[in-house]
Design a protein around this ligand. Structure first.
Ligand SMILES: *[C@@H]1O[C@H](CO)[C@@H](O)[C@H](O)[C@H]1NC(C)=O
Length: 253
């Protein structure tokens, strides 16, 4: 069992955006957020996950993320209120992540989006309620895609004028792909799609113009090639929170 040289890898983290579209962010200069402090966050990620092994990452991920959530006061469960918001993000977390949105990627993305929207539009977040277990990385994500699809249908029917954003990380990204197939033509009502560390990165998201889709994959993240192996590059998508939020902003009307 070998631990990763995490910090040195982070220092020279190459980032590749496998996408899909020419991104012209409406917000040229993302507003600087004070929470979470990205450097502090990534330092903590590096420490908490420094001894993660490819053989056993379940406990390491769950415990590490629970620690992160406590340290940075991250809300890992997000449920829409009763009202309809101008913008709704439906997010599927990665395998073994706590709550319904996890701690590694979703909350940082929501925070960036919320900062960029400011008071111009209200934002609602809903996590997909699914097990995020290792079994799902084989076949379960197809079944759980149906769970996400039901949420898409229900959000669009109860809030027809909300601008719906679909997003997912790791196994949650696979849910996005599967849910898109399930809801079929309803995808034309979706404003934007953003996936992180996407095992189906080479497959277009069904039913939606590719210009509305951003798939973010780091060089060295083999999950993006469909291998269920966790490398440090799979754990650092918080660095792309501003990029993802800018893309969403560019797709809103
Ligand atoms: C999403 O689906 C879950 C069940 O999987 C349900 O509890 C939740 O209320 C749904 N949320 C919305 C906004 O449709």
């Amino acid at each position: 069992m070998k631990s990763f040289a995490f910090l040195s890898l982070l220092a020279s983290l190459p980032v590749l955006t496998l996408a899909v579209s020419i991104v012209e962010p409406a917000v040229a200069k993302p507003v600087k957020r004070d929470w979470p402090d990205l450097d502090a966050f990534l330092t903590e990620v590096a420490e908490l996950f420094s001894d993660i092994t490819t053989d056993d990452f379940s406990d390491a991920l769950t415990n590490g993320e629970a620690a992160l959530a406590t340290l940075f006061d991250i809300q890992t469960t997000q449920n829409l209120g009763s009202g309809c918001d101008d913008v709704t993000v439906l997010f599927a977390r990665g395998t073994f992540e706590p709550g319904n949105v996890g701690a590694l990627v979703g909350p940082e993305f929501f925070d960036a989006l919320s900062s960029m929207l400011g008071s111009s539009k209200s934002l609602g977040i809903q996590g997909v309620d699914y097990p995020a277990s290792i079994e799902g990385t084989n076949e379960g994500d197809v079944t759980e895609g149906e769970t996400m699809a039901r949420n898409i249908t229900s959000i669009l029917s109860s809030c027809p004028s909300t601008q719906l954003v679909l997003s997912g990380y790791s196994q949650g990204a696979a849910l996005v792909h599967n849910a898109a197939v399930d809801v079929g033509s309803l995808m034309s009502s979706v404003a934007a799609v953003v996936t992180f560390g996407d095992p189906d990165s080479s497959t277009p998201v069904a039913g939606i113009n590719p210009s509305k889709v951003l798939i973010i994959c780091h060089v060295g993240d083999v999950v993006c090639s469909g291998y269920p192996v966790i490398t440090p590059q799979h754990l650092t998508y918080a660095v792309n929170a501003d990029e993802a939020a800018s893309f969403v902003i560019s797709q809103l009307s």
